[in-house]
Design a protein around this ligand. Structure first.
Ligand code: 5GP
Length: 207
């Protein structure tokens, strides 16, 4: 990727970690005009609350494989038995004029960092597994089986926290949004960012 591009941010969190609503609020900030969100392609079925072209581009496996073979993806990964991918051309085009936010799982986050070292990786940490479970249940979009699969993946995802530049605690929407604004809009460096995630919490989550 070209060095003279704008800032690239990747946000990851365990499923139910509250990324989407925080990102929506971040994009609505008055000083977020220079920020854009990439829309991924997925083979996952559309939820009743989702819109094609807004949340994702929903395609079938055959189309997804075609795009892999055409080298259309900057990165792609299999997550919870479905494929998700970031389109190369769109991403590179946006980055020429704006900062860009990618919402990716840990595999995508690490792939992008490898390709583009200046990427700022942000991980949203839940205050507890109970909190994640509650959010997944309240969302009302996942089957019990899907909720269990997402919860059991969460621990493994959290165990990768040290590979992220910023850890943001999502215990409270406003506080977490303030932290994201500092990182993405005010460009506070990883060294200067005061994370509210404590070792005690990480140890508890990973116990
Ligand atoms: P969900 O099914 O809940 O929308 O997303 C499942 C996981 O896939 C989330 O962790 C989300 O961040 C991740 N994801 C969404 N789009 C992409 C993508 O383009 N690439 C990768 N690697 N992960 C993605």
């Amino acid at each position: 990727m070209d060095k003279n591009l704008n800032n690239l941010f990747v946000i990851s969190s365990p499923s139910g970690g509250g990324k989407s609503s925080l990102i929506e609020a971040l994009l609505s900030e008055p000083n977020a005009q220079n920020l854009s969100l990439s829309i991924s392609f997925t083979t996952r079925l559309k939820r009743s609350t989702e819109e094609d072209g807004k949340n994702y581009y929903f395609i079938d496996r055959k189309e997804f494989e075609k795009k892999i073979n055409n080298n259309d993806f900057l990165e792609y990964a299999e997550v919870f038995n479905n494929f998700y991918g970031t389109e190369r051309q769109k991403t590179e085009k946006i980055l020429k004029s704006k900062d860009l936010l990618l919402e990716l799982d840990w595999q995508g986050a690490f792939n992008i960092k490898e390709k583009f070292i200046e990427t700022k990786n942000i991980f949203l940490i839940p205050p507890s597994f109970d909190d994640l479970k509650k959010r997944l249940k309240n969302r009302g979009t996942e089957s019990n089986e899907s909720i269990e699969m997402r919860l059991s993946a969460a621990k493994e995802e959290i165990s990768k926290h040290s590979s992220y530049d910023y850890l943001v605690l999502n215990d409270n929407f406003e506080f977490a949004l303030e932290d994201l604004k500092k990182i993405v809009l005010n460009k506070v460096s990883a060294e200067d960012f005061e994370s509210r995630v404590t070792d005690k919490l990480l140890n508890k989550l990973l116990d």
